[in-house]
Design a protein around this ligand. Structure first.
Ligand code: IMP
Ligand code: MG
Length: 178
C-alpha cells in the first residue's frame, strides 16, 4: 500500500511541549514524592521521545521499562483486540508505576494496558498521555495527566508516526491529505 500525498502543519511547538512537560513533571513529582522507586513504563513506539524528556524532568529515583501493545480494529465491533508484543522486563508487584502513552484516541489501548498492569498488584498505578482526543473515545478511560487535548485530527511528530515516518519532527503536526 502506498501512502497518499500529504503535508504537515505545526499544531504544538517544541517550546510549548517542553514547557508543558515541566509542569506535568512537577505534578508527578509531588504525587510520588515519597516513592522508593518509580517505574516509568513507556508504551512503544510513540512515547519514546516523550518518556525521554519527561524522566529528565523528574527528580525522583526512576526505573525505565517499556511495553509494546498493538491494537487491531475490528469493523464489526466498537471494541478492539489489543495484543502485547513486548512485555515489561521487570515485575511491578508492590511498585509505583507510571504508564506513559503518546496519544489516547479510542482509549482501548490504555484500558487494556492498565488492566493488565493492575492485575500485577503495583502499589500505585498512574498514567500520563501527551495528547488526548476526547471526541474519539470509545472506552471510558482518562489518563491521570494529559499534556494537551486536541481535536479529531491525525497528528505526527515528537515520536508519533504516520506510516512509520515523521517520528523525528521536534513538534506535533497535523496531517493534511492532499
Ligand atoms: P487507542 O487505542 O485508539 O486509544 O489508540 C491509541 C494509539 O493509536 C496511540 O498510541 C497511537 O499509537 C495511535 N494513534 C491514535 N491517534 C493517532 C494519530 O493522530 N497519529 C498517530 N497515531 C495515532
Ligand atoms: Mg501508541
Amino acid at each position: 500500500m502506498t501512502t497518499p500525498a500529504y503535508t504537515i502543519h505545526e499544531m504544538i511547538s517544541a517550546k510549548s511541549i517542553a514547557a508543558r512537560i515541566e509542569e506535568l513533571a512537577r505534578e508527578i513529582q509531588a504525587e510520588f514524592a515519597d516513592t522508593r522507586k518509580l517505574v516509568v513504563v513507556g508504551l512503544l513506539r510513540g512515547s519514546f521521545i516523550f518518556i525521554a524528556d519527561l524522566v529528565r524532568e523528574l527528580d525522583l529515583p526512576v526505573e525505565v521499562d517499556f511495553l509494546e501493545a498493538s491494537s487491531y480494529g475490528n469493523a464489526m465491533e466498537s471494541s478492539r483486540e489489543v495484543r502485547i508484543l513486548k512485555d515489561l522486563r521487570a515485575p511491578i508487584e508492590g511498585r509505583d508505576v507510571l504508564v506513559v502513552e503518546d496519544i489516547v484516541d479510542t482509549g482501548h489501548t490504555l484500558t487494556h494496558v492498565m488492566g493488565l498492569l493492575r492485575a500485577r498488584d503495583p502499589a500505585r498505578l498512574r498514567s500520563i498521555a501527551l495528547l488526548d482526543k476526547p471526541s474519539r473515545r470509545e472506552a471510558p478511560i482518562k489518563a491521570d495527566w494529559i499534556g494537551f487535548d486536541i481535536p479529531d485530527e491525525f497528528v505526527v511528530g515528537y515520536g508519533i508516526d504516520y506510516a512509520q515516518r515523521n517520528r523525528n519532527l521536534p513538534f506535533i503536526g497535523r496531517v493534511e491529505l492532499l
